[in-house]
Design a protein around this ligand. Structure first.
Ligand SMILES: C[S@@+](CC[C@H](N)C(=O)[O-])C[C@H]1O[C@@H](n2cnc3c(N)ncnc32)[C@H](O)[C@@H]1O
Ligand SMILES: O=C(O)C(=O)C[C@]1(C(=O)O)C=C[C@@H](O)C=C1
Length: 236
């Protein structure tokens, strides 16, 4: 279904509710530049590190697109677990996984309430940005603690620039992208307002610092388009 969520005047902050979930795959494809390429890279790099029966968690899995693609491309049997606190997203994820014949454990809960023990790989694309900064640091520490030695964390985030002039250019460039995807200036402005204080982006450097501060041995940028970045972090 096509995303028309912000064609009408907004009455509340952005939420991953039934209305958003029903158009989410289209929303993400049209709102995140190179989303499909980012997903392809996430999967290819993930597969380099995975072996038979490894445990893989997707934190904020939404409709389970990434886990379904990972499963389709893996030659080994993997233990796939997706977590999302939006019931509407998890319901869609369950239907999609069934339709694709993919075995994924899908859990409708807050990321705080679940242990990701013994994970070889943790994925989290465009989810940390929705976690309050204090909680975010705690969650990243938990991710580190739950990963096995030599475990991998791949995550993507909307990012800002610490340079005010460049940051304004980032935003302008991103809104130009949204226009090319068929969003009107009204829809863009409405969504911007709805996301205010809900999506809290860090700079690329702040993201890397947060990762290294909790103990990861290595963190680097795998992919970046202006204000969207994908990172890979390795635990020793
Ligand atoms: C932008 S979407 C993620 C997109 C998805 N990773 C993908 O690539 O298709 C963010 C997701 O995180 C979920 N989320 C946000 N905060 C959460 C929390 N505290 N616990 C669990 N899920 C959360 C939302 O419900 C939403 O589905
Ligand atoms: O920042 C925006 O305007 C976006 O649309 C980005 C973004 C994201 O990065 O998650 C925000 C909410 C939706 O989940 C889809 C895309």
């Amino acid at each position: 279904m096509t995303d028309k969520v912000f064609e009408k005047a907004i009455t509340k902050q952005f939420e991953f509710d039934e209305e958003v979930a029903s158009v989410f795959d289209d929303m993400l494809n049209r709102s995140v530049p190179f989303y499909k390429e980012m997903q392809r890279l996430t999967i290819n790099f993930a597969l380099n590190f995975l072996e038979e029966n490894d445990k893989v968690y997707d934190l904020g899995c939404s409709t389970a697109s990434t886990l379904i693609e990972l499963s389709k491309h893996s030659h080994s049997k993997l233990d796939l677990i997706g977590i999302d606190n939006s019931e509407a997203m998890i319901n869609r994820a369950k239907k999609k996984a069934k339709a694709f014949g993919v075995d994924i454990k899908l859990i409708n809960d807050d990321l705080d309430n679940i242990s990701y023990e013994n994970a070889k790989l943790i994925l989290s694309n465009y989810t940390l940005q929705f976690i309050r900064p204090l909680q975010r640091e705690k969650l990243v520490k938990k991710i580190y603690n739950n990963l096995r030695n030599e475990g991998i964390f791949i995550f993507s985030e909307k990012v800002i620039s610490s340079n005010k002039i460049l940051d304004k250019q980032y935003i302008d460039e991103y809104y130009e992208f949204k226009k090319t995807q068929g969003y009107s200036e009204f829809e863009i402005a409405q969504k911007r307002e709805a996301l205010e204080n809900v999506l809290v982006p860090y700079t690329e450097e702040e993201n890397k610092k947060m990762i290294l501060d909790v103990g990861f041995d290595h963190c680097e940028t795998l992919f970046k388009w202006v204000n969207f970045a994908t990172f890979i972090a390795i635990k020793k």
